[in-house]
Structures are given as structure tokens and as C-alpha cells.
Design a protein around this ligand. Structure first.
Ligand SMILES: [Zn+2]
Ligand SMILES: [Zn+2]
Length: 439
């Protein structure tokens, strides 16, 4: 590198909050028009896409403390459109900026809104360049850091420094951890498969090594990562082992989608169950990839994307499901439920089932079967045999109660919860008391 080289990083101040929506949509329109013949537009014109995009960007409503708010300026963070729209917006802005500029960066890199680059026109001209960038747009503002004699500049997860040694100038890099970094990674005591934690630690060491430009810097990067992992509960022997593996290199990849017969995702309970299930899979001779999922995350308890659960659509006409025990919760989906006949006092008549759809829909089917004593249905058969044909007055209470036993994550979770409930409680109206075959 030339000896007067400067490495700089540029940040956009509050990017999402400062992009005017009209200009963002225009930037997308220009790109679409430019590439309209190269991409699958699914029958839409660039204008159609922009109309839809405009709706997505403009109607971001959120609820806090029972009041509703609509964002007026900028793009909502967390909106899935936001990153690509921001990228296209900055792409347009920077092309306009560089078009008529004499002193330009020798290299300009951007990752979403993080710029890094190389400058060889001196410090004063670089400061002028920043001032110029800040004069381009009324709301989009930039801040800059650049390398000095003895200080580096952070860019993404690296610290970049200009180093001169024996008349040779080069860029040196090492791992950078922001001072504001929470220092929190997957904790060693967290309820995850231990292989997940080990490979996370190994990958972090790999990254620390990969971003380091020489052995000295690698040592520093590894120490930073070691301290971070250590403060997250990783014991020394685990760190030593994962670091050794990371240094040994080699990219041991798991099987890819092509060479397995299928994937099975199960809730993670503990290491013992994990290894027993692994054993079953191995003995089955089937080429199945196992994945483990944690359902009890803080996020599930704290974040809800819906404003409130959907309202009961049958409230005005009288909803059976609400009246029989699920008042206000009859639209809950993906559940294992239990129905109990209230006419049977001595020997409780109980049915356990599962439903992907709102539980009220499934419950209403049971009620219809009960009222018309449909043969070969659990409630139809029970009421015909035990209580004779039922004739209920209009609006009378049904002789049933319904409860939600388990709110499931997905199909396997629901089926497993149903199987376990049926096995443990042997409900009298269920025909099959066997477990759902997992494999
Ligand atoms: Zn209802
Ligand atoms: Zn009964």
C-alpha cells in the first residue's frame, strides 16, 4: 500500500429513521426498471411492485400500552423490506455522490449501511469528502472514523490499522468487539444441545482467527474471544479444545439437504433424551437429520406480533366452544384439547384430540357429531350408546366441557403432546391408545 494510505469507515446516522419513503420507493423503481428483463416479476410491473412496497413501508402500526402508533418518518426497523430498501437507497445516493467528484475513495465497500474504504488524497481532502457527503441530502447524515498514526478503525467485526514496517505499509486486521457489545452469547448453561454450544464456540474462534492478518493479531483476537466465551460460562477445557479445533482448520460440514432422506425437528429436553433419540434414529437405518428446538424462549414470552388474539367470530350467535369452557380463547390454533362429557358422572367420558385449525372449528365438528349421533365418531357413538339421541333446546347449554391442554409449536410437537396425553390418561373415548409413530 502507498505509505500515505488512510483506511476509513463511514456510518449512516439512524439510517432507517432518516430515509424518506418516497425516495426509497423511487430507488427501488429505478432498479426494477433497469433489471426488469433479468428478474422474475411474477406478472407485476415495476409500478405494481412500488405500489405494494409503498403500502408495506407506510402502514407500520404498533401497539404500546393499549395505544396504537403509526410511524410517520423513515422505515420501520424489523420490517422485512427495510434492509433491501435501505441498500438500494444508499446505492442510488452514493452513485450520485461519486459521479461528479474528483477526489474519490480508491476503494469503497458497503455492507448495508456500513462503509469502509481506502483513501490516498490526504486527511484534509477526506474531511472535505465527509462534509460533501453530509451536504447531499437533507436527512441522511454520515459520521466517519479514519486511521491515524497509531490507532485503528473498526469496520464491521474487524479493527483495521495501517502499519508501516521496514518501509512497507500494509493494512493489519484483528477482531473487533464494540465497547457497547452486550458480551452475551449462547450461555454454556443454556438449555441447548451441548454440540450446539461447542460448535458455536468453535465458530467464534474460527472467526477470530479468520479476521486476523498475522500471528500477533490472531493472538489478540483469540484472547478477546476467549474472555468473551469465558464470561459466558464456557469452562477452560472446552475453550482449549474448541480453540485447538478451530486452529486445526478443516471445514467439517454436516450432511446437506441432498444426501439425507429427511429432517426431524424435536423439542430439546436434555442430553439423555437427545442421545436416546439419536440411538433410535441410528438403529432405524434411515438417513435422517435431527434438529433440536427450544420452545421456551424469552422472546415467546415477551414479544407478540399480533395485537391481540383474534376475536371469537361466533360471539354474537353464541359460540359453543366459548360457552363450554374456552371463553375468549376459542380461536386458539395448534392445540391439544380435551373434551369431557358432563352427563357421565361415575365414569368420566373423555376425548383427547389435536387441531391445527382454530380449536372452535374442530370442537364444532364434535358437537355436530354429538347432536346427530354420527356413527364412528367418538362423541356420536358415546351419546347414542350412553345417553340416547339428545334433543337440546335452542340455546341450551351443551353437556360438554373443553380445555386446551397444550399449545403446540408445530405438527410434531402437537402430535407428540397428544400421544403422551393419550398414553398417560387413557381417555375413554379415544379409540387408539397407541402413540403416534415418530419415525
Ligand atoms: Zn368462541
Ligand atoms: Zn357421557
Amino acid at each position: 500500500m502507498p505509505s500515505d494510505i488512510i483506511f476509513f469507515s463511514i456510518d449512516v446516522v439512524n439510517l432507517y429513521g432518516s430515509i424518506p419513503l418516497d425516495e426509497a420507493v423511487e430507488a427501488v423503481r429505478e432498479k426494477l426498471q433497469e433489471h426488469v428483463t433479468d428478474i422474475n416479476m411474477f406478472g407485476l410491473t415495476p409500478d405494481d411492485v412500488c405500489t405494494l412496497l409503498d403500502q408495506c413501508l407506510r402502514n407500520n402500526v404498533f401497539c404500546f400500552d393499549k395505544d396504537f402508533y403509526k410511524q410517520k418518518v423513515g422505515i420501520a426497523m424489523g420490517n422485512p423490506c427495510a434492509p433491501p430498501v435501505a441498500i438500494l437507497f444508499l446505492d442510488r445516493l452514493e452513485r450520485l455522490a461519486l459521479q461528479n467528484r474528483e477526489a474519490k475513495p480508491d476503494l469503497l465497500l458497503r455492507y448495508i449501511d456500513d462503509y469502509g474504504g481506502i483513501w490516498t488524497h490526504g486527511e484534509e481532502a477526506l474531511k472535505d469528502f465527509l462534509a460533501y457527503l453530509n451536504s447531499l441530502h437533507p436527512t441522511v447524515k454520515f459520521t466517519m472514523e479514519f486511521t491515524k498514526q497509531d490507532s485503528g478503525v473498526p469496520y464491521l467485526d474487524t479493527l483495521v490499522s495501517v502499519v508501516s514496517d521496514n518501509d512497507i505499509t500494509f493494512l493489519a486486521t484483528e477482531l473487533y468487539i464494540k465497547p457497547t457489545n452486550s458480551g452475551i452469547v449462547l450461555h454454556f448453561s443454556s438449555a441447548h444441545p451441548s454440540s450446539t454450544k461447542i460448535s458455536m464456540a468453535r465458530n467464534q474462534f474460527r472467526r477470530a482467527i479468520a479476521v486476523s492478518s498475522n500471528k500477533d493479531r490472531e493472538e489478540k483476537s483469540v484472547t478477546k474471544m476467549w474472555n468473551l466465551l469465558s464470561s459466558n460460562g464456557y469452562p477452560e477445557n472446552v475453550l482449549r479444545r474448541t480453540l485447538r479445533e478451530a486452529k486445526a482448520g478443516g471445514t467439517k460440514r454436516g450432511s446437506t439437504k441432498e444426501d439425507v432422506d429427511g429432517f426431524l425437528t424435536l423439542p430439546y429436553v436434555d442430553e439423555e433424551l437427545l442421545s436416546r433419540v439419536k440411538g433410535v434414529v441410528r438403529r432405524s437405518g434411515m438417513n435422517i437429520r435431527l434438529a433440536w428446538r427450544n420452545k421456551n424462549k424469552l422472546k415467546n414470552a415477551l414479544v407478540r406480533s399480533a395485537f391481540s388474539p383474534p376475536l371469537c367470530p361466533g360471539a354474537s350467535r353464541g359460540c359453543y366452544c366459548c360457552k363450554c369452557g374456552l371463553a375468549g380463547r376459542c380461536t386458539t390454533k395448534n392445540v391439544v384439547y380435551r373434551i369431557t362429557c358432563t352427563l357421565c358422572k361415575e365414569q368420566p367420558a373423555v376425548y383427547v384430540g389435536e387441531s391445527k385449525r382454530p380449536v372452535r372449528l374442530r370442537f364444532n365438528e364434535h358437537v355436530r357429531n354429538m347432536l346427530s349421533a354420527t356413527p364412528d365418531t367418538p362423541l356420536g357413538d358415546h351419546f347414542r350408546v350412553a345417553h340416547g339421541q339428545l334433543s337440546l333446546d335452542r340455546g341450551a347449554d351443551l353437556p360438554l366441557t373443553v380445555e386446551i391442554l397444550h399449545q403446540a409449536l408445530d405438527y410434531p410437537d402437537r402430535k407428540i403432546a397428544e400421544s403422551i396425553t393419550i398414553r398417560d390418561s387413557e381417555p375413554s373415548l379415544n379409540e387408539r391408545l397407541v402413540s403416534w409413530p415418530i419415525i
